[in-house]
Design a protein around this ligand. Structure first.
Ligand code: G3H
Ligand code: ZN
Length: 282
């Protein structure tokens, strides 16, 4: 097993009417926990690093990307490396050299016409560099700059528009707004499964669910059955990691060795990944 292209994992999942999970990496411990959890589940996985995570690391992409790629290379399961929610074309253009096989280009804050032009240009560049590219149409809310909630008028993805958008931009996968929202710490999102089925019929490329941390197990399974092929999960790992750090440090002001709290936190990430992969297993 080894570092494999994202397009291979998503393409295979879509062909089998299953899914592949993509987990967000912010720290080294996230990457280690995700790979350990995927190995325990015996399932392939995508490690994704977002533009926001790169900003957290001082704008430097290489250190975390190289660490994640190195872990992928020695994993006991297939692991792909994906650059997530990229708005900055300067960062986009670093993706191939940093070891990524795929990117998600996020032009969701732009007008429809500007989104289309910017995404088509990003797709031309990505394909020229040998990268698989995902884009978003509609608006999955919950990010700090989100203009609307997941339930506001007009934020859900329209199937006919989605079909035209994929044809006009040439993207390889499409993130769609169907009721999930980023950064939910409670699993209370309610998905529009009829809309997912209509999108699956209309759109010729794999569909991606963002904001999956807030989606209950039953809805996640139903979303995969209805046609979601890539399931993005970030916040659920942070909830597990941070809860564990709090528990370990509670009442222990003399504890200063980070290994004493980051080790259990990393294990909590691994357990969450294993459990989520069991929910998403065929
Ligand atoms: O692109 C990443 C995801 O959409 C993660 O969303 O943090 O709400 O699970 P989440
Ligand atoms: Zn997302």
């Amino acid at each position: 097993m080894s570092l494999v292209p994202t397009g291979d994992l998503v393409g295979r999942a879509a062909a089998e009417r299953g899914c592949v999970a993509a987990f967000n990496v912010i720290t080294l411990e996230h990457a280690e926990g995700i790979v350990t959890g995927a190995e325990a589940a015996g399932r392939p996985v995508i490690l994704q690093i977002s533009e926001n995570a790169v900003r957290y690391h001082g704008g430097r992409l290489a250190p975390l990307a190289l660490a994640a790629s190195s872990m992928a290379g020695s994993a006991a399961v297939e692991v792909a490396l994906h650059l997530d929610h990229v708005t900055d074309t300067g960062l986009l253009h670093q993706a191939a050299d940093a070891g990524f096989s795929s990117v998600m280009f996020d032009a969701g804050a732009l007008s429809h016409a500007d989104n289309l032009a910017a995404t088509a240009s990003a797709a031309r560049w990505a394909h020229g560099a040998g990268l698989w590219i995902e884009a978003e149409l509609g608006y999955v809310g919950g990010k700090p700059d989100s203009p609307a909630s997941a339930h506001a008028d007009g934020v859900r993805t329209d199937p006919a528009e989605a079909s035209a958008y994929v044809a006009d931009t040439g993207v390889d996968a499409l993130a769609v707004a169907v009721g999930s929202s980023h950064a939910m710490t409670e699993r209370s999102a309610s998905l529009d499964h009829a809309l997912i089925a209509r999108l699956r019929e209309a759109v010729p490329v794999p569909l991606v669910l963002h904001g999956s941390s807030g989606v209950p197990d039953t809805d996640l399974r139903a979303a995969v059955l209805a046609g979601m092929a890539k399931i993005n999960i970030g916040t659920a790992l942070n909830v597990a990691l941070t809860r564990t750090v709090r528990e370990v440090l509670d009442g222990k002001p003399a504890l200063t060795d980070p290994r004493k709290y980051l080790g259990p936190a990393r294990e909590a990430v691994a357990v969450t990944v294993r459990e989520m992969l069991a929910v998403l297993a065929p």
